[in-house]
Design a protein around this ligand. Sequence first.
Ligand code: ZN
Ligand code: ZN
Length: 456
Amino acid sequence: MARFGVDFSFDPPSIPELLAAGVTFAIRYLSDDSRKNLTPPEARRLSDAGIDLVVVWQTSKGFMLEGHDAGARDAAAARAQADACGMPDGRPIYFALDIDPNPLTEAQWAQVDGYLDGAASVLGQPAIGVYGGWQAIDRLVGGGLAAWGFQTSSWSAGWWSPLAHLQQYAHNVALGSGLVDHDRATSDNFGQWRVGMQLVTRAQWGARPPKNQTPLNRAVQHGTAVHYTASDADEQADHANCARRVRAIQDFHMDGRGWADIAYSYLACKHGFVYEGRGTGVRTAANGTDTGNTAYHAVCFLGDDTAGRDDVTDAGRVAIRQAVEHCNRWAGVSAFRPHSWFKATACPGDQLRAWLAAGMPVTDAAPPQEDDMTEDQARQLAAIHAALTVPGTTSPEQTVNLLFDRVRSIDGIVKAGIVINWAPDQLQQLAETLAPLMAASLADQVADKLAARLAE
Ligand SMILES: [Zn+2]
Ligand SMILES: [Zn+2]
């Protein structure tokens, strides 16, 4: 199913507005005009809200006709801005040919080709995307000058190029307090990214293969448990030594304890890196009870957390939180608990327990949003919108109408997989989430239908 996203520049909607509209990715600008650019705090806030990012370089109209040197110069500026925003390596920057490509002469196309060549000399061709009309995508992606295509319906006469990864299909649409264009992703990978986890994969830290794996049932997930290793030997001064510690923990769990694999889903080090343990969707051996291991992922901090020491760093807290949120996103839940919640243990130490109780605040956390919805509610609603993913659905009212118009009943919704595996208390929460967002008559309808479903 195509994912729904938006692009915007001077009139950004708020994050709760984006989530409520079912936006799963935001396409944002880099340019020589700082007023319209993606900023590092914005990139962080959108990422934390679970909204993916895509970046487009766009300056004056027709800037891509300026040829090779302009392409190289712009690519360097774009890369610096994207780096500052936290874009990981290997993600593309789209360059906008925001003029009608049809009347371009061969000499002008040669300038465009040269521009992209120049950009590729800085970024590498696999990181070059192009935005434009049908002909631009067909010619430039088809010709190998760009690896990624973002087609606009403008100048396209109703044609969509199969070479495009993204489609911009509606322009200047109001969304909450902002003005956006509507986009959809026609490919799973369209160059999206988030500021986020600096993941060290199993291959990167040299993991042994697991002896076996037991899958987790998504339907019974509650959250993620947080641990610490409680060994100050695990707290490495130099990050270059962290992978060796993780390998040693795996050896101990597999050989010393006889477990299937390293016990944890992920591990976080104080330098801000997240090590892939069992990963998401795999039962852990860390949480101390059968329920704990069945219904919770496990994230472990490499360190001792003794009062007065600096082992729990800002970067470490960010990494723990990112790993927890990563697990919870997989499970569609939001709870996080200290290991000591499951059984009598000091784990994960006083400092981390206090931090978890405070809601895992991190230094650069988003400022509180003035909005009626809680973050949880916004997330739930976003999940519902994402499940529907109907291009052009911009309001909760429209989504709820679609729910009932298309599937007629909550049963139908369940069968359609929209809220499949939701427990009664989650359906109840859904009703409560939707109610204040809808016209009273519609809210009554939904409440009635949900009540009937809950009574079964
Ligand atoms: Zn523990
Ligand atoms: Zn480290």
